[in-house]
Design a protein around this ligand. Structure first.
Ligand code: GLU
Length: 446
């Protein structure tokens, strides 16, 4: 590698990939184990080559960094961050960076593996990666978040790069965060090479090299997929009612686009509370998004009545969109659900027990790796535009996204029919077959 991080103490630690059977018993929940079990189920169903299963059972590379950040009052605080690079046989590692107090190496591993599956499923030339810093950003000032972001990028050093590992926004990070990543990364390159810094992350502000349509892309994809599901049930989006958990980038955009298409938003829940529409017309998703922007949560929104959390999960609607964190659709909450479809905007919202209850109750699922893939698909478009010096318009982005998602939906539907599988297992099976194909053609070095 030609670049260094400056001080030796800041060099990222590359840990050896964990052994396929390794278990770190202290980490709860064991999210990566869950992903492996999901992959195993799909691998069995399609008779996947055993070596592919073995390769995907552990991330290719894990980077753990501890780095200092100066706080506004002059103190120095240490932060822990991770970047897990799960697999790159299809292309550069790709996946977001999240800031959350619950970030752990186990969670980041799982999220990275989901990116591998997601990119293979929608057939874009990226592998899977994910990063995170263990911090509640609400406890930091904007300047502190900026300094923390810059130090994290500096600590990652040459472990990220436009043709190697390309981060993006995730929970509690956004286009502004990505602008800091580009700026910091560019500063580490010789001046003559800085032109290529733009493609080191996606999800940038449009004015700073981002793509039109990237901010709403995950929500747009969720809506596109719900529309495909609805068409299979002979209904239209305007006939549907929905409930949404989480009103951040994904939940709010999905709700706003659904509103434009005539669907009714009946209830919303986030960390600040749960609210329900007072009448049959539903909540005004645009006004709610404004309220959340100003106050930080859905609680206190004047156009709604507050309800207890228990009541939220039981609200009768056609579609429930979990768009917050993992492990929300559990055995218990799934028994309360009164919906026909769970459209997973979040990554890993459904626990294995929740999945079993969904199957038992005959509730359809659009699994995360399909349902929320719109984000990374438009990230791919952004990366292409950056590398080609191009700027696509909104209609072009939306249409290309729709085409890719329609093809992925059809592949999963075909697999469901061919192998009599549930949608999650079928989605994994399609992705694993795609990866298997490349290993079969390329072989394993040496
Ligand atoms: N964080 C998003 C996801 O989980 C987007 C990743 C990306 O665009 O690279 O899919």
């Amino acid at each position: 590698m030609s670049r260094t991080n400056g001080t030796a103490t800041l060099e990222p630690t590359r840990t050896a990939p964990i052994a396929p059977t390794a278990a770190s018993s202290t980490e709860e929940p064991r999210l990566f184990q869950r992903v492996r079990e999901q992959m195993d189920r799909a691998a069995e169903a399609v008779g996947l080559a055993p070596e592919v299963r073995k390769i995907l059972a552990a991330p290719a590379c894990e980077i753990a960094v501890n780095f200092p950040v100066r706080m506004d009052d002059g103190r120095i605080e240490m932060f822990s961050g991770y970047r897990v690079q799960h697999n790159n046989v299809l292309g550069p590692f790709k996946g977001g960076i999240r800031y959350h107090q619950d970030v752990s190496i186990d969670e980041v591993r799982a999220l990275a593996a989901w990116m591998t599956i997601k990119c293979a499923l929608v057939d874009i030339p990226f592998g899977g990666g994910k990063g995170g810093v263990q911090v509640d950003p609400a406890t930091l000032s904007r300047r502190e978040v900026e300094r923390m972001t810059r130090r994290f990028v500096y600590a990652l050093g040459a472990n990220i790069g436009p043709g190697y590992d390309v981060p993006a926004p995730d929970v509690n990070t956004d286009s502004r965060t990505m602008a800091w990543v580009v700026d910091t990364y560019a500063a580490t390159l010789p001046p003559q090479e800085r032109y290529r810094a733009l493609a080191v992350v996606t999800g940038k502000p449009v004015s700073a090299g981002g793509s039109v349509g990237r901010e709403k892309a995950t929500g747009q994809g969720v809506v596109d997929l719900i529309e495909m599901w609805a068409a299979d049930k002979n209904c239209k989006l305007r006939d549907l009612t929905c409930t949404v958990q989480g009103f951040g980038k994904v939940g709010a955009w999905a709700a706003r686009i659904l509103k434009d298409k005539g669907a009714k938003l009946l209830a919303v829940q986030d960390v600040t509370g749960a609210i329900r529409a007072p009448g049959a017309d539903g909540l005004d998703a645009d006004a709610l998004a404004e309220h959340v922007k100003k106050t930080g949560g859905v609680a206190g929104f004047t156009g709604a009545k507050a309800i207890p959390l228990g009541e939220f999960f039981g609200v009768q609607a056609d579609v429930f969109i979990p768009a917050a964190l993992e492990n929300q659709v559990t055995g218990r909450t799934t028994r309360q659900l009164n919906v026909r479809l769970v459209a997973e905007g979040a990554n890993g919202p459904t626990t294995p027990e929740g999945d079993a209850v969904l199957r038992e109750r005959g509730i359809d699922v659009l699994p995360d790796v399909l349902c929320n893939a719109g984000g990374v698909v438009v990230s791919y478009f952004e990366w292409l535009q950056n590398r080609g010096g191009a700027a696509w318009n909104a209609a072009e982005v939306d249409q290309r996204l729709r085409d890719i998602l329609e093809r992925a939906y059809a592949r999963v539907k075909g697999m469901v029919a061919e192998k009599s599988l549930d949608w999650r297992t079928a989605a994994y099976a399609v992705a694993l077959r795609r990866i298997e194909q490349v290993y079969a053609e390329r072989g394993i070095f040496p």
